[in-house]
Design a protein around this ligand. Sequence first.
Ligand SMILES: *[C@@H]1O[C@H](CO)[C@@H](O)[C@H](O)[C@H]1NC(C)=O
Ligand SMILES: *[C@@H]1O[C@H](CO)[C@@H](O)[C@H](O)[C@H]1NC(C)=O
Ligand SMILES: *[C@@H]1O[C@H](CO)[C@@H](O)[C@H](O)[C@H]1NC(C)=O
Ligand SMILES: *[C@@H]1O[C@H](CO)[C@@H](O)[C@H](O)[C@H]1NC(C)=O
Ligand SMILES: *[C@@H]1O[C@H](CO)[C@@H](O)[C@H](O)[C@H]1NC(C)=O
Length: 212
Amino acid sequence: MDGNEGFPAYCPSCEQVKDVLVLLAGLASSVSIIFLLVVTFSPSNLKFHITDASLTMFNLTGNNTLDYKLEANITSRNPNKNVEIYYRKLAAVAWYKDNEFARVNLPPFDQGHKNTTFLHVAFEGKGLIKLKPKQLFEYNEESRVGIFNDLAVDLDLLVRYKFQSHRTTAYYPPIVKCRRLSLLLNSNGNSSSPPSFHVTRCRSGFFFANRA
Ligand SMILES: *[C@@H]1O[C@H](CO)[C@@H](O)[C@H](O)[C@H]1NC(C)=O
Ligand SMILES: *[C@@H]1O[C@H](CO)[C@@H](O)[C@H](O)[C@H]1NC(C)=O
Ligand SMILES: *[C@@H]1O[C@H](CO)[C@@H](O)[C@H](O)[C@H]1NC(C)=O
Ligand SMILES: *[C@@H]1O[C@H](CO)[C@@H](O)[C@H](O)[C@H]1NC(C)=O
Ligand SMILES: *[C@@H]1O[C@H](CO)[C@@H](O)[C@H](O)[C@H]1NC(C)=O
């Protein structure tokens, strides 16, 4: 009996199977190498915090008009030592209970390695806001107490970045969300009143890719 039965000396389909296996193994190892490289060298996310905020006017009139003055200090930290960020457009958006009521543009700037940049945002004016009945009830309660809950500041950015010597095109990273702020209304602008604000970390998705 031929011991090679079932294994003919020339087996074209066996060769093909072997080729495919070799190719797959090669592919798998290069995918894992690329994955390792990305994990090792991909830049760390930027960190945003609201370090201080003040509310000196928050008056709703019968017309669904909000008379507001909200200021915030925000820090942006680039923790990477090989990435430079170019902020081409920055819009700060103010929300009250899921209702956008104000939007301001901030001047563009560049941010170097391991740099923390301080931003000051001032929302002031009148804006249209349509609160739902439950939200209006909450607004009235909060007005009585003098503390407004569920305020938020978002940063809507257009950026480029430089990694080693590679410069990307401009893209929109995920929106930076500084949510659930509770602010004491300080209508006399009295700066000697006690500080009431705790530093709040903002949430954002992976900064180095366009938002989904
Ligand atoms: C923000 O920072 C400035 C100067 O750094 C300071 O005068 C101000 O009180 C801070 N707070 C707010 C809410 O603007
Ligand atoms: C808020 O609006 C009411 C009218 O709706 C007005 O009587 C009051 O003076 C306003 N307060 C401020 C601080 O503007
Ligand atoms: C309502 O809005 C109109 C125009 O926007 C303004 O002229 C009027 O004074 C407002 N009324 C109140 C009560 O705020
Ligand atoms: C961060 O960048 C700003 C503006 O480019 C610069 O003024 C500041 O000194 C830098 N800070 C650090 C810690 O490098
Ligand atoms: C500011 O607050 C202090 C103490 O809380 C008070 O003595 C002072 O009169 C206030 N100033 C104004 C303009 O309200």
